[in-house]
Design a protein around this ligand. Structure first.
Ligand SMILES: [Zn+2]
Ligand SMILES: [Zn+2]
Length: 363
């Protein structure tokens, strides 16, 4: 079938809204009518060339929508179901999946069409790569069954969509990767969609102090709304010194929600002994971590967090329960709605640091 989509052909270029062909679902696939798709920094990083991937493609990896058609062996969803899609597809049988880490699945290929098969997405017979195995900047998505999870119909699509990437990445970094302990102290560098989700995760976990760090004063106000107890404007004050002063010696956990080698180092330096620094954002390829080794002599730890160490099919409905209870604020995360035709505006607003999250709404 035909669908309108935002095609991306060359690094540094703009998106172009064009008509594409979406194939019929294979036995294990689901066709979803996209209703909402958040615009995430990874989309921008990809378009700027700091994350590599095949072209042409259709970006977008934070979508929610309605199932339209399912393949013959699909059992988890049926037409009419509301779903969130997540890039963390998993084979279910590799070592990582069996250890309970499907977000680190080493055989994601198993959820793609085999080489030589007709592409899921194409234009004039030429295949289009499916960014993040989703391609959410399109009216219709064709996805592996494991890329979607059914949600209750009372959740607004624009809120639900955020759980597909930003919220899962941030809340999961706090709850799953770091396992933030009740009563602990936390610092979060970068207060966009992911950073504010880390802040919310830390609040839900029961952290007693959450220090937010950003270079934009307005973003620090927003961070307070999401649960930051202290804020540091890092253009005014050295953030490591400020964190040590506010926490009286260093925090138990520090998160780099931006993905920047300097910030990741500052996370390590701002920790108390035995503290844990977590790199959540993607550090652009080419940047190297340059760390003073003395920090490891007091048993500080440094780790990465990919997609919030998620087990999406379990956690997405849990996060929506927390939303319903008022404990996870998704409403204030959505700062703007745009149409597919104005997607470039949303990308520019994000680049300028003007918004927490823009969400594309489809008709
Ligand atoms: Zn994302
Ligand atoms: Zn696997």
């Amino acid at each position: 079938m035909k669908a309108r989509a935002a095609l991306f052909r060359e690094i540094g270029g703009e998106l172009s809204i064009e008509e594409i062909d979406v194939d019929d679902p294979a036995p294990n696939e689901v066709r979803v009518r996209t209703v909402a798709c958040g615009v995430c920094h990874s989309d921008l990083h990809f378009m700027q060339g700091s994350i590599a991937g095949p072209l042409p493609t259709i970006p977008g990896h934070e979508p929610a929508g309605i199932v339209e058609a399912v393949g013959s062996s699909v059992t988890s969803v049926e037409p009419g179901d509301h779903v969130i899609a997540c890039t963390s597809i998993f084979c279910g049988s590799c070592n990582e999946c069996m250890k309970g880490w499907p977000h680190l699945c080493s055989n994601r290929r198993a959820c793609r069409r085999p080489r030589g098969a007709a592409p899921r997405l194409s234009q004039h017979g030429v295949g289009i790569d499916q960014f993040s195995d989703l391609s959410g900047f399109a009216e219709v998505m064709l996805l592996h069954e494991r890329a979607v999870v059914k949600i209750d119909k009372d959740i607004p699509f624009d809120r639900a969509a955020l759980v597909g990437c930003g919220v899962t990445t941030g809340v999961g970094a706090a709850l799953n990767t770091a396992r933030v302990a009740p009563g602990s102290t936390v610092a979060v560098f970068g207060c966009g969609g992911v950073g504010n989700s880390v802040i919310q995760g830390a609040r839900i976990a029961g952290a007693r102090q959450i220090i937010a760090i950003d270079i934009v004063p307005k973003k620090l106000e927003t961070a307070r709304h999401f649960g930051a107890t202290d804020v540091v404007l890092s253009t005014d004050e050295d953030p490591v010194k400020a964190i040590k002063r506010l926490s009286k010696g260093g925090v138990d956990y520090a998160f780099d929600a931006v993905g920047n080698a300097n910030l990741s180092a500052q996370c390590l330096y701002a920790l108390a002994p035995r503290g844990l620094a977590v790199i959540v954002g993607a550090i652009p390829s080419g940047q190297l971590l340059n760390l003073m080794p003395g920090h490891f002599y007091v048993e500080k730890m440094l780790t990465g967090s990919i997609m919030g160490s998620n087990r999406f099919h379990i956690e997405a409905p849990q996060y929506l329960d927390l939303y319903r209870q008022g404990r996870l604020d998704l409403d204030a995360m959505v700062s703007a709605h745009v149409t597919l035709d104005h997607i470039d505006d949303a990308l520019h607003a994000m680049e300028a640091g003007e918004v927490t999250r823009s969400v594309i709404m489809f008709d």
